[in-house]
Design a protein around this ligand. Sequence first.
Ligand code: FES
Length: 166
Amino acid sequence: MSNDTNRRDFLGYTFAAVAAVGGAASLVGMKKVWDPLPSVLAGGFTKVDLSGIKAGEPSTIMWRGKPIFVLKKTAEMENSDRDLVIGNDRFTIAIGLCTHLGCIPAWKKSMWKCACHGGEFDASGKQVFGPPPRPLDLPPFSVSGNTLTLGEEGPEYKKIASAMKA
Ligand code: FES
C-alpha cells in the first residue's frame, strides 16, 4: 500500500514536472513566433546623418516604404514653426507624398512641385498652390546630436507636431 502510494506520488510529480517544462518551452516558442523579426524591427527606424546635408539641396530618404524629404534651409528661406532647429541650422522634415492624392513632388527652384495636378509646397512643406489640402505630413522622428532617427517620437517631433495642429 505504502509502495503504491509512493509510486503514484512519484508518477504525479514526474507528470507535473514534464508538463511544466513542456508549458514553459511552448511559451518560449510562442513568443519567438509572435515577436517581430529583427529585419522588421530594423526596418522601423532609419538614421540620417544631418551633418552631411547641404543647404538648399533636399535629400530623399526611404523610410517604411515612404520618401522622406530632409531639407537644410538656406538663410534666405523663411523661418517656420515647423523648422527643426539644430544649433544654427534649420531643417524641414516631411513625408514626400503630396497631400492631395499621394504623388511624389519634385524639388524645383526652392519649392516642391507636384506634377500630378500642379500642387506646390514651399521650403517649409506648406501648401502654397493647387489642390493639396494641407502641408506635407510630418514623420515621427527623434534627434540626438546631428543624427535624425525616423520612426520614434522625440520631443522635437512633438513640439513641431503640436505647432502644426495649432
Ligand atoms: S497629387 Fe499632387 S496635386 Fe494632386
